[in-house]
Design a protein around this ligand. Structure first.
Ligand code: ATP
Length: 513
C-alpha cells in the first residue's frame, strides 16, 4: 500500500482529481482561467461547508465564551488606515524588466558562486545564480552553480551555497543576479513595497475620496465591532468574537493551487483577555486547541508542526506568533497562525475613531483595554491539507484475484462531502430499487447521501472511494426477504458486514458531529 507522502506528483494527482470529480475548478475556465481565483464544484462546496460548519460548531456553538459576527467585506477606508494596512500591508516586489515577470523578493533566492583556488586558497566570485523558492532551493542553486563552473571551465572548489533572498541583496549585487525568467542578469529591479489590498471605488464619484478596499482579513471586523458586541451584554472577559468570510489579497505570485490565491476564505477568532492575564498561557491553550481541532477533522498528526516567529521579525506590538505548519507536497507551509497581538488593534481604533474601547474591571474598579489572542486560518488551506493528507493510491485484489489500483480520499466522516452511498445490488429489480430509494430518502433528511444504481458493485465502490465517502450500503435480496439488514462496506478497511437501518443511524450520529 502506498500512502500520500510517497506518491510522486501528488499535487498533479490532486489537481486532476479535483477537476474530474468536481471539487475545484479554475475560475473562468472557459476563458482560460484567471490566475489566483478558483471555483468550488458540487463536491467542493460540500467539503468546504463541512469544514466551516465543524469550525463554527466547535468554536462558537459548543462554547460559552465565544460569539459570532459577520461584518461587511468593504468597510470604511478609515478602518484600514487605523489598522496600518494602508501604510504597511505590503510584500516586497521585484520586477524583471525584460520578461515583465514579477516576483516576491522574499521568495526569490540567489547566491554568489565562489570558487577557491586549491593552490593559494584565494577566492574568486565567478557569477551569481538564482532560483525561486522550492522544497530544495539550496540544491537548485548548488546545481546551477556547478553548471556555471563547468561552463566557464574554472578550476578549484565551489564554496557551499548559502541562499539569501532578494530582500537581503546589496544594491551592487542586484545587477549581477540572473532573472529566473531569462537566466540573464541585468533585468531585475530593487525590491519595492507593493500594497496587496484590492482597491475599489464606492459611490458614483471615482476620485481619491471614493477609494475603498476589499478586506484583506476578516479580523478588523471584530475589532471595529468590539464595542457593539460588548454593549449587547452577552460577553464577559475573557471572551472571543469569531467570523468566517472571504478575504482578498492581490498576491504577487499566487501559487500551489488553492494554497495561495487572491480571493480566499478565512476563519478568524479574536479572544480578548484581561490586560494582566497570562497571555503566554492563553496563547499556548489556543495553539493546542487549533492542533486538536485539525486532528479532529482528520489531518494526520505526523504532518503538523509548530513554527515560532523569531522575536526580531515580529511587529513591535506583537508578543508572539506561532504558526501551525502542514506538510504539503510542495513543502512544510503555514496553515494556521496564532498571534498574541497585545492591545494594539483596539488602541488604534479607539484613537482613530475617538470612541473609547475600555472594559471596566469590577474587582479593581479600573478601566483597561483588553489584550487579544488571534487564531487565523484559511478555509482553502485546510481544504487542500485534507485532500493532501487523505489521498492514497492502493493496489487491491478482487474476488477473482485481479489486482487493480484504487484511489481513495480518507476524509474524516465529519467533513466527507458524501457520508453514505446507497446502492441497490441490481438496477433491474424494482423491489431492490424501491427499498434502496426508501432508505435513501430517510437518510437524506439528515445527511448528505448519494444514490447510485449504475454499473458493477465493485466499480460503484471505487467511485465512492475516490470522493472519500466513508460508507456504502448495498441493498440485496436478503434485505427484502429476510431481516431488513443490508451490507455496510467501510471505505478504509474495505470490510463488509450486515447492519440494520437503526444501527446505521447510530453509527452516523456518533461519527458525524
Ligand atoms: P503567508 O505568509 O502565507 O502569506 P500570512 O502570514 O500573511 O500568510 P495571515 O495574514 O496570518 O497570513 O492570514 C491568516 C491565514 O489566512 C493564513 O494562516 C492562511 O491560512 C490564510 N491565508 C492568508 N493568505 C492567504 C492566501 N493568499 N490564500 C489562501 N489562504 C491565505
Amino acid at each position: 500500500m502506498s500512502t500520500a507522502p510517497e506518491i510522486p506528483n501528488l499535487m498533479e494527482a490532486i489537481v486532476s482529481l479535483s477537476k474530474r470529480r468536481g471539487f475545484v475548478f479554475p475560475s473562468s475556465d472557459i476563458y482560460g482561467g484567471f490566475n489566483g481565483f478558483f471555483d468550488y464544484g458540487p463536491l467542493g462546496v460540500e467539503l468546504k461547508k463541512n469544514i466551516r460548519d465543524c469550525w463554527w460548531n466547535d468554536m462558537v456553538r459548543r462554547r460559552e465564551d465565544i460569539v459570532g459576527l459577520e461584518s461587511s467585506i468593504i468597510m470604511h477606508p478609515k478602518v484600514w488606515q487605523a489598522s496600518g494596512h494602508v501604510a504597511g500591508f505590503t510584500d516586497p516586489l521585484v520586477d524583471c524588466k525584460a520578461s515583465k515577470q514579477r516576483y516576491r523578493a522574499d521568495q526569490l533566492f540567489f547566491s554568489a558562486v565562489e570558487v577557491v583556488n586549491p593552490e593559494d586558497n584565494s577566492k574568486q566570485i565567478i557569477g551569481y545564480v538564482s532560483a525561486l523558492e522550492s522544497e530544495n532551493t539550496a540544491g537548485d542553486l548548488q546545481d546551477k552553480a556547478e553548471s556555471m563552473k563547468r561552463k566557464k571551465a574554472v578550476r578549484g572548489n565551489l564554496v557551499t551555497i548559502t541562499p539569501r533572498d532578494m530582500t537581503e541583496a546589496k544594491p551592487e549585487e542586484i545587477a549581477l543576479i540572473p532573472s529566473p525568467a531569462t537566466g540573464e542578469p541585468g533585468s531585475l529591479t530593487e525590491p519595492r513595497a507593493f500594497n496587496m489590498m484590492f482597491e475599489t471605488h464606492v459611490g458614483a464619484l471615482r476620485d481619491e475620496s471614493s477609494v475603498s478596499y476589499l478586506r484583506p482579513e476578516t479580523a478588523q471586523g471584530m475589532f471595529v465591532d468590539f464595542k457593539n458586541v460588548v454593549d449587547t451584554g452577552r460577553v464577559k472577559i475573557p471572551f472571543g468574537i469569531a467570523q468566517i468570510g472571504k478575504s482578498f489579497r492581490n498576491e504577487i505570485t499566487p501559487r500551489n493551487f488553492i494554497f495561495r490565491s487572491r480571493e480566499f476564505e478565512q476563519m478568524e477568532m479574536e479572544y480578548f483577555i484581561h490586560e494582566d492575564a497570562d497571555w503566554a498561557k492563553s496563547h499556548r491553550e489556543w495553539i493546542n486547541w487549533c492542533k486538536s481541532w485539525l486532528i479532529s477533522i482528520g489531518l494526520p498528526e505526523s504532518h503538523l508542526t509548530e513554527y515560532n516567529h523569531p522575536q526580531e521579525k515580529l511587529a513591535f506590538y506583537s508578543k508572539g506568533t506561532t504558526d501551525i505548519m502542514f506538510k504539503y507536497p510542495f513543502g512544510v507551509q503555514e496553515l494556521w497562525g496564532i498571534a498574541a497581538r497585545g492591545n494594539y488593534d483596539l488602541t488604534q481604533h479607539a484613537n482613530a475613531s475617538g470612541v473609547p474601547h475600555f472594559i471596566f474591571d469590577e474587582a479593581t474598579k479600573k478601566r483597561y483595554i483588553p489584550h487579544v489572542i488571534e487564531p487565523a486560518v484559511g478555509v482553502d488551506r485546510i481544504f487542500l491539507a485534507v485532500l493532501c493528507g487523505g489521498y492514497a493510491e492502493e493496489d487491491v485484489t478482487d474476488e477473482k484475484g485481479n489486482v487493480e489500483k484504487r484511489t481513495v480520499l480518507r476524509f474524516n466522516p465529519r467533513i466527507a462531502p458524501v457520508k453514505v452511498a446507497v446502492l441497490p445490488l441490481l438496477k433491474n429489480k424494482p423491489e431492490l430499487v424501491q427499498r434502496a430509494l426508501d432508505i435513501y430518502t430517510r437518510l437524506k433528511r439528515r445527511y448528505a447521501v448519494f444514490y447510485d444504481e449504475g454499473g458493477a458493485i465493485g466499480r460503484r465502490y471505487r467511485r465512492q472511494d475516490e470522493i472519500g465517502t466513508p460508507w456504502c450500503i448495498t441493498i440485496d435480496f436478503d434485505t427484502i426477504e429476510k431481516d431488513g439488514t443490508f451490507t455496510l462496506r467501510e471505505r478504509d478497511s474495505m470490510q463488509q458486514r450486515r447492519i440494520t437501518e437503526a444501527e446505521l443511524f447510530a453509527l452516523l450520529e456518533e461519527a458525524v458531529y
